[in-house]
Design a protein around this ligand. Structure first.
Ligand code: SAM
Length: 323
């Protein structure tokens, strides 16, 4: 256990078990800052929709509307703006006509690292509300096959509305349970994104106590059960030589390293974790052990994004299927 004193967060502001686990997961020196990040609102960050406009033209349009967009470092076409301008941003034609999309930069990393190419066949296995699907479609320049799966009716319709608004015409949507997709579409995709349903630990905020009111270790384990079934389905749907990007917005090793380890154990011959080059440096390597479990040396290539006022916590794993 670390000896770093806890920072001044309100007593019992977050579930104590969550906090004590977090302390064991993240680097000791970053723990106080990470804990404090749950107490602060995130900055407003958005990206250009390349299908509709260029970054320069978007910046001009927003400036003409009296806003002050600031290019965000390291990520092309991404901007932030002063906090008191957020509401006005959501009232601009650029926002409601889909020329921009408000998205945390951590969420942009999964599509960027999957790196889909125009003309390829790509699957987004847990897609709503579609922020990552939209980025995939724009990276593919609306060319090729992009299938987006979402089983929850209300979320499925929100996904459809977002895709339509953004002009992501290439996307085929399916209101289906992702667990059955691998069996229905074996060896079909060049790349698969599994941005898995999770306990959403990285979305906790003490400003919104309902964000963690349902959290429990049981919920983490339940999420893991679903994630294991989904990652097997994703794997089955992937062509030999294809790439799977697995991500969650949870810190829990049960939902991250353990799920990747489960896949590797099932497919020791074909599944291989590969390195990722991130455009930012707020990350830590995958854990080498958690409790009694130890993980392979290749897990140093897994990435946990460390949260601050810009970035949400996030977990990323890139896995290639050997030919
Ligand atoms: N990728 C999305 C984005 O960037 O906008 C966010 C995805 S969210 C983390 C996980 C999604 O998985 C939720 O919309 C949830 O409804 C969906 N989901 C839940 N169970 C699922 C299942 N069995 N198969 C596929 N998706 C599922």
């Amino acid at each position: 256990m670390s000896s770093t004193p806890a920072p001044q967060v309100r007593e019992n502001a977050l579930p104590p078990e969550f906090v004590s686990r977090l302390r064991q997961i993240v680097p000791e020196e970053s723990f106080p800052e990470i804990l404090a990040s749950f107490e602060r609102p995130k900055r407003t960050i958005f990206r250009v929709n390349w299908l509709k406009i260029t970054p320069d033209a978007l910046e001009e349009e927003l400036k003409s509307a009296g806003l002050h967009p600031i290019p965000f470092p390291s990520l092309e076409g991404v901007f932030t703006l002063p906090d008191d301008e957020r509401r006005r941003l959501t009232e601009t034609p650029a926002f409601y006509e889909g020329r921009l999309y408000i998205q945390n930069p951590s969420s942009m990393l999964a599509p960027l690292l999957l790196d889909p190419q125009p003309g390829e066949s790509v699957l987004d296995l847990a897609a709503a509300p579609g922020g990552k699907t939209l980025l995939l479609a724009s990276m593919m320049q609306n060319r090729g096959i992009l299938s987006a799966v979402e089983p929850v009716t209300e979320r499925y319709h929100r996904l459809r509305r977002n895709l339509e608004n953004a002009g992501a015409t290439m996307v085929r949507t399916y209101r289906k349970d992702g667990r059955g997709v691998g069996r229905a579409c074996p060896l079909m995709f060049d790349r698969v994104l599994l941005d898995a349903p999770c306990s959403s630990e990285a979305k906790f905020s003490t400003l919104r106590p309902q964000s963690f009111s349902y959290w429990s270790l049981r919920k983490v384990k339940e999420s893991q059960r679903l994630q294991k079934r989904l990652i097997l389905s994703a794997w089955e749907s992937l062509k030999p030589g294809g790439t799977l990007l697995y991500s969650t917005c949870s810190f829990a090793p049960e939902e991250n390293e353990e799920v990747v380890a489960y896949l590797l154990k099932k497919f020791p011959e074909s599944a291989r974790v590969v390195p990722m080059k991130l455009p930012i440096d707020r990350w830590q390597e995958g854990l080498s052990r958690w409790g009694k479990k130890s993980f392979p040396p290749s897990f140093s290539s897994l990435r946990r994004i460390l949260p601050d006022e810009n970035f949400d916590g996030f977990f990323l794993a890139k896995i290639v299927k050997n030919v």
